[in-house]
Design a protein around this ligand. Sequence first.
Ligand code: CUA
Length: 229
Amino acid sequence: MSTWANLGLQDSASPLMEQLIFFHDHALLILVMITFLVGYLMFMLFFNSYINRFLLHGQLIEMIWTILPAIILLFIALPSLRLLYLLDEINEPSVTLKSIGHQWYWSYEYSDFNNIEFDSYMIPTNELSNDGFRLLDVDNRVVLPMNSQIRILVTAADVIHSWTIPALGVKVDGTPGRLNQTNFFINRPGLFYGQCSEICGANHSFMPIVIESVPVNYFIKWITNNMNS
Ligand code: CUA
């Protein structure tokens, strides 16, 4: 999760988020180079004293500074499209999770396993344990197996919500009457925190998401325990 004084992206916990971070760094580098070049040129304009009474046109330089930005944009657009289509791909998921946004909590359904379903509410500050995270911890976590392809179906029951987990690179709107899908692959165990990111009403800030990534055999134990109860 994001901690104090961390202004950048969180460490990735999935291959897609890793690629998103690479793309972010790539685009940022190009942006910094352009900003410095243009900034330097504009700054230096104040100090030059060149005058050329007969300068009317410069076809070559105009050609260069028209085509060059187009080529630079291509170097951003093509990797961006590659990532877009990679994010959209569903790679034979082994588990499907359905999450439904409500005002103001999430509920989950494991439709592959006897349709286990439960609600997931934020733990209020006054009920928080000493090792809990304020405004982020929930009473019922989403338990998911690591190292497996997971499909997530997102919808909502009342207004638009958004199921967002920064470390996994997942952000899907839950819209009433629609079913959106995406997928991810968690490559390490741990707790991954997320929040609703669609302004959905007074308690929008208080419907966090917690994913508990566990080894597959532990997940099977968890799911069988819940199917029996
Ligand atoms: Cu749900 Cu914002």
